[in-house]
Design a protein around this ligand. Structure first.
Ligand code: SF4
Length: 74
């Protein structure tokens, strides 16, 4: 649900079968993504929520297409 005066928030997730560990996600949104030290995979930290337009940018930047908007989130 979006507030009247805030940006619309969406939650993102990483498909670990698709992620190739490049780390663009962590570079762009370090509060939302972390590249795991052990396996090199991108993971979502915390709620995974960010503004819809920033989510779109990080989805676009991921070279493997592993990031998507989590369905059914409010
Ligand atoms: S940018 Fe994409 S491929 Fe790279 S670590 Fe993040 S989710 Fe994985």
């Amino acid at each position: 649900m979006s507030g009247a005066d805030g940006p619309e928030l969406v939650a993102v997730e990483v498909d670990s079968d698709v992620c190739i560990g490049v780390g663009q996600c962590e570079l762009l949104e370090p509060a939302v993504f972390r590249v795991d030290d052990d396996d090199g995979m991108g993971v979502v930290i915390g709620s995974g929520q960010l503004a819809a337009e920033r989510a779109a940018a990080v989805i676009e930047a991921c070279p493997s297409g592993a990031i998507r908007i989590r369905a059914g989130d409010t």
